[in-house]
Design a protein around this ligand. Structure first.
Ligand SMILES: NC(=O)C1=CN([C@@H]2O[C@H](COP(=O)(O)OP(=O)(O)OC[C@H]3O[C@@H](n4cnc5c(N)ncnc54)[C@H](OP(=O)(O)O)[C@@H]3O)[C@@H](O)[C@H]2O)C=CC1
Ligand SMILES: CC(=O)N[C@@H](CCC(=O)OP(=O)(O)O)C(=O)O
Length: 344
């Protein structure tokens, strides 16, 4: 059994890790670390976990912790202070935060407003969009789990850039998220009175996921890619829907693009290409690790519109982190993640 620890224990990402790992056949949750609730019984904070997660919240001591792998489900500017020591002690790490996603420290500093991680660890960290992962059990010690918006967006755009099908300057991304994307701690935007019956765009041009998206797409295409990315907050708890507009390089039918996506994702169990004419809805992936993608080609205007949905807390965070763990250790990629969406 792989022994694991979870940091950020009382947050949404950690709770979702516990829900999913509880039915994973290859792992045992040895520690749930919490800096605010150390010593408390988990069920005092989360009664719904009663009798299922039987370890107390504890404090992380990097010199004493003894397990194989640690998930960090903490805000940015936390994991980078612990990870260098942990990997020196032979403990692998999957980081759900953004601390190790951006390779250029100056870009991290600009978008996160904080000092970047130690350069050597930043260099060795693997950004792992699970469907296109390069991780390897022998050499990977730190996995940077992608952000929630980038997950839906990069799975949608990867096939187009890899096959040089679009004008690289034409990418416009209009994305919507539910409020759980902001985490469990209180913030004015996620407050019921602000979010309920309301709909707003935010952080245009300044969102930290813009450079993350550009970094990945530039690697796939082999040239410098810039995108227009506008996130929106919608009054729902979970879910992301990204609508992506691109100019096609050459005339293409909807059927041809659908066939290309279907072939590319044929062997990837968590990406479902929806039938032509069908557009996915957030509830159709709720609680699951699926990313559903719908395709539309406007043949008159030579444009394609790709619509992708994920559950931000599963495929956008904890589910993908477990998928990455499965790939890293050679477990069945579906292990712990064989969940159909909750509907309605
Ligand atoms: N919510 C989402 O949809 C997604 C989140 N992410 C990323 O995953 C990470 C976790 O997100 P999420 O669970 O939603 O966030 P939450 O705010 O719900 O939880 C984060 C937890 O981290 C712990 N924490 C907070 N501050 C500190 C600190 N200074 N030092 C140590 N621990 C701290 C707290 O738990 P405790 O007090 O118990 O230690 C807190 O509950 C974030 O980096 C987020 O950006 C990524 C993709 C999607
Ligand atoms: C609603 C809301 O605030 N969503 C968050 C989602 C970010 C996230 O969770 O991803 P990271 O891991 O990159 O922080 C945001 O837009 O910043």
């Amino acid at each position: 059994m792989l022994e694991i620890g979870i940091v950020g224990g009382s947050g949404y990402g950690a709770i979702e890790l516990m829900r999913l790992l509880n039915q994973h056949k290859e792992v045992k949750i040895k520690y749930v670390f919490s800096h605010s609730k150390s010593g408390d019984d988990i069920k005092e904070t989360y009664p719904h976990l009663q009798d299922n997660i039987n370890v107390p919240f504890s404090s992380l001591d990097v010199d004493k912790v003894d397990c194989d792998l640690i998930f960090f489900a903490t805000p940015s500017n936390v994991s980078k202070h612990f990870i260098p020591k942990l990997i020196k002690r032979g403990i692998k790490v999957i980081d759900l935060s953004g601390d190790f996603r951006l390779k250029d420290p100056a870009v991290y500093e600009k978008y996160y407003g904080e000092k970047p991680a130690e350069q050597s660890v930043l260099d060795e960290a693997e950004y792992s969009l699970a469907e296109w992962s390069n991780i390897n059990k022998n050499s990977t010690n730190v996995i940077a789990n992608p952000g929630c918006f980038p997950t839906a967006i990069l799975l949608s755009l990867h096939p187009l850039l890899e096959n040089n099908l679009i004008n690289k300057e034409s990418i416009i991304i209009d994305a919507k998220t539910g409020v759980s994307g902001a985490g469990r701690s209180l913030s004015q935007n996620a407050h019921f009175g602000e979010a309920n019956e309301n709909f707003s765009a935010y952080k245009i041009g300044t969102h930290k996921h813009t450079p993350e998206i550009e970094q990945y797409l530039s690697q796939v295409s082999g040239s410098d890619i810039k995108v227009m990315f506008t996130p929106h907050l919608v009054p729902m708890t979970r879910g992301i829907l990204a609508t992506i507009y691109v100019d096609l390089n050459e005339h293409m039918t909807g059927e041809a693009l659908y066939n290309l996506y279907s072939k590319i994702y044929e062997e990837k169990p968590f990406v479902r290409i929806r039938a032509l004419g069908e557009l996915p809805k957030t509830k159709e992936v709720l609680g699951s690790n699926f990313c559903d993608i719908g395709i539309y080609v406007d043949e008159e205007r030579n444009k394609a519109v790709i619509v992708a949905v994920i559950d931000n807390l599963v495929k956008g965070a904890s589910g993908q982190a477990i998928q990455n763990m499965n790939i890293l250790y050679g477990f069945n990629e579906n292990e712990g993640l064989n969940l159909l969406p909750v509907y309605p």
